[in-house]
Design a binder for this molecule. Sequence first.
Ligand code: MG
Length: 270
Amino acid sequence: MKYCRFVHDGQVQYGAVEERGGRPQIVSLIDAPEEDLRYRAEHGSASPLSAKFEAIPLSAADLLAPVTPSKIVCVGRNYREHVAELGNEIPAEPLLFFKPPSSLQRPGGEVVLPALSERVDFEGELALVIGRRTRNLRPEEDWREVLRGFTLANDISARDLQKKDVQWARAKGFDTFCPVGPVVSDELDLDVGVNLSTRVNGELRQQASTNDLIFSVPFLLRHISAAFTLEPGDLVLTGTPSGVGPLKPGDRVEVSIAGIGVLANTVEAE
Ligand code: MG
C-alpha cells in the first residue's frame, strides 16, 4: 500500500495512492496514524475524516511531508563511493546524527539556502518510516515488522558548516533541509535492492542501488534501536550515494525510486 498526507478542503488528510491510467492518484481518504493525531493536538488543528472524496492525481494534490516524526535519525557515510568522494574513511560502525523535525519540507516546497552558508549540497536518500515502537531490535526479530514503509528524503547539508562545526546539528538542521515524500510505500523489496537516483535540473547526478549500502537496513535498525527508542512515524535516513554537489537558487532537485515516485523541490536564496 502507498499513502500520502495532503491538504484537502482546508484539512490535513491521509490518502491511499494507487496507479490508475498510468499515473498515481489519491483514490480514497484513510485514517491518520496515531502520531499524527498527537501532532495535530499539539499544533491545535483537528481534521475529521471527510466521507466524500473523488480521486485526484497525486501531482494535483497539495502534498505535505507524509510523516510527523518525533525524531529524524540519519546515517552518514553509508555508500563506499560517497565516503571516498568526501575524503573520509569507511566507518567501523554506522555514523549517526539527527535532523530536527523543524527541518522537514513538503514535496514541491522550497529548499532555502541560508545566508550563513556558502555551500549547500543535495543528498538523495532512501528513508525508512517506523511503524511501531521499537527498542533493541534483535537479530531473530523480523525487521520488516518494525517498518510502516519507505519514502524518499533529501539530506540537505551546509557542507562548509559541516566541516567547520564539530557537531553537524547546524549544518544538517536548517529549516527546509529535510524534504520528504511524496508517498510512503510498503511495496519495496530491499532483498532485491532498489535503485535511487537524484537529478538536478534534469541532469542525473546520483545513481546507486540499496545493495551498495555499507550497513544494511536490518543492521541499521538494530544499531539505532540499541541507542534510541524508535517511535511510529520516526524517520531513518539511510545515507547518500556518491555524486553529491552544491545547489544554487533556481535549481530543481529530484530524488526518485521506482515505486515511491519523485521527490521534487526547488531552491531559493534566503
Ligand atoms: Mg546524508
